[in-house]
Write a protein that binds this ligand. Structure first.
Ligand code: SAM
Ligand code: SF4
Ligand code: SF4
Length: 506
């Protein structure tokens, strides 16, 4: 107690904390507590004093007090802060297992997090959210097969939404996912130079599909038909679906045709093609999205298979030069596909994109097409596909679980009601999410009026399969409990911390 008394005259809070910590480390908990409290008398929100007084409460098995005090120290601290880890332990002590597990997971304490989560599951095995949390912990602990087992358990457990029960009060109207504008995805190129494993061009490459470039005359016919029958004045015109538009030797001409009919054009490109696209920029498409998944060949090549990152960078520089030269009003942005393996390159990608004055928007990478997603729901993916799924930040079944629990199957699918996918030969697909020939409508866009094309979609059997697998594009309110207080932002933050730790930077 001598030093406690000695400090009576000293008003330096940090000095008091130092002495208190000495007491604390030497096991003189009461002496330390007196000083921490004295600091809090002067500064009630003092982070260290709240945190360490909370740790003392934890050491004395006063878990609720520990949670309260450590919680006061937490606001505005990063997810991985040691304070959160101590909060996690206090929460577990207080019997709040899932919250504790989540906090420990954020700190990278996977064993403790797993133990708490499994205990919580043993107590309430019907709570599917606990399985989702456990799957996230196991994914980050590099145990994807175990994570997979757990996520399928969650999927089986969660009940389907039963709107017919009569007590259904969920109003989904404001979340209608169908965009108000109609979207036409026209695959002007029926193939791609890359083989991304998340895309059917890579993961269904053995499927026989017609390949080629859309004829310019056919494109003009399509555009005229769109103008004559589309319900919206300015539908979205996307010149891609499962192909690479920058491979088309007449892309500039195609853009000019669309613009001549007052249809704004959006392109999306891997930016790995060797064709000179000077004329394309001179034609001034409204939007170009650049798809990227890394900044080094090792990282990028994993998810943009056959792509060369140096070619991408060179093409991006060229794009900036052409835009400046023609004073083009084209909006360009980089879509960074976020995976587990490429968090490490994210910062470099932002710097590079910004150096060229392009925005970079991260998107959590997903797995396509719908036929593969049906296999995933049925747990029938090949090992090769599982290798890709293991790279995803979130197991795709989490979204499916959300849909199973909430989506109202009486609602119409937005990809069917408000979109049309047209292949390079003018034939029409059931929707932009399917790839296999069986899921094409077997007619040309220019042969049938809009309503008849729509009728063919509504008769198609694959939609039934898709609905049954909870994959259809239905309204779901944001911020669902599956997110469990954990948005993708937190998951990305956790992974970034893990990456820094692996480099000894944390
Ligand atoms: C199949 S690509 C075709 C266009 C072009 N080849 C490209 O990759 O940009 C259509 C869109 O899907 C996006 N995409 C492809 N793979 C993705 C993934 N794994 N996660 C998120 N978006 C992806 C691309 O960014 C692109 O805008
Ligand atoms: S670059 Fe685009 S179209 Fe090509 S394989 Fe990748 S995602 Fe598919
Ligand atoms: S229900 Fe599925 S297959 Fe049918 S249009 Fe919608 S997303 Fe496509």
């Amino acid at each position: 107690m001598d030093k406690v008394v000695e400090l009576e005259g000293s008003r330096s809070l940090e000095g008091m904390i130092d002495i208190a910590t000495e007491h604390h480390q030497a096991g003189r908990l009461e002496d330390a507590a007196i000083l921490y409290r004295r600091v809090l008398d002067e500064k009630p929100r003092h982070v260290d004093a709240n945190h360490l007084l909370g740790v003392i409460a934890y050491q004395q098995d006063r878990f609720d007090t520990a949670v309260e005090l450590i919680g006061k120290a937490l606001p505005d601290r990063p997810a991985s802060d040691p304070i959160r880890v101590n909060l996690g332990r206090a929460l577990i002590g207080a019997g709040r297992l899932s919250e504790g597990a989540e906090a420990l997971w954020s700190g990278g304490y996977y064993d403790e997090a797993e133990e708490a989560c499994r205990e919580a599951i043993a107590r309430t095995p019907e709570d599917h959210l606990l399985y989702i949390l456990l799957s996230r912990i196991l994914m980050d602990d590099d145990r994807p097969r175990e994570a997979e087992t757990v996520i399928y358990q969650a999927f089986r457990r969660v009940p389907e939404r039963d709107a017919s029960a009569g007590n259904d009060t969920l109003d989904l109207s404001e979340y209608n996912s169908a965009t108000k504008a109609f979207t036409y995805s026209i695959d002007i190129v029926g193939t791609c130079n890359l083989r991304c494993p998340s895309c059917p061009v890579g993961n269904l490459s053995d499927i026989e599909r017609p390949k080629g470039f859309m004829d310019v005359g056919l494109f003009e016919e399509i555009v005229k038909k769109i103008k004559s029958e589309c319900q919206n004045e300015t539908p979205n015109l996307w010149l891609f679906n499962w192909g690479e538009p920058f491979l088309h030797p007449k892309l500039a001409e195609i853009i000019r045709i669309a613009k001549a009919h007052a249809l704004p054009v959006m392109l999306s490109s891997n930016m790995t093609t060797k064709l000179d696209f000077k004329e394309v920029i001179r034609a001034e498409p409204e939007t170009i999205k650049i798809s990227l998944s890394g900044m080094t060949q090792e990282v990028y090549g994993k998810t943009h298979a056959r792509g060369n990152i140096e070619t991408v960078k060179e093409n991006m520089r060229k794009l900036r030069r052409y835009i400046d030269e023609f004073d083009a009003k084209t909006v360009v942005y980089v879509s960074y596909h976020m995976y587990r393996h490429n968090i490490c390159d994210y910062g470099d990608a932002v710097v590079f994109a910004n150096s060229l004055n392009f925005d970079l928007l991260p998107i959590v990478a997903f797995f396509q097409p719908l036929e593969k997603m049906v296999e995933l729901v049925e747990n029938e993916l090949s090992d090769v596909d599982k290798t890709l799924v293991d790279l995803l930040i979130e197991h795709p079944l989490v979204g499916v679980i959300m849909s199973k629990r909430i989506a109202d199957p009486a609602q119409d699918c937005g990809l069917r009601s408000n979109a049309m996918a047209i292949n390079h030969d003018g034939s029409v697909a059931l929707c932009c999410g399917v790839y296999q020939p069986a899921n094409m409508l077997g007619v040309k866009f220019t042969d049938l009026p809009h309503q008849e094309l729509q009728a063919l979609k509504y008769e198609h059997d694959f939609c039934k399969t898709c609905y049954k697998s909870h994959l259809s594009w239905l309204p779901i309110p944001p911020h669902q409990p599956e997110q469990n207080g954990v948005t993708h932002e937190r998951q990305k933050e956790n992974l970034y911390r893990k990456f820094r730790q692996s480099r000894g930077q944390e």
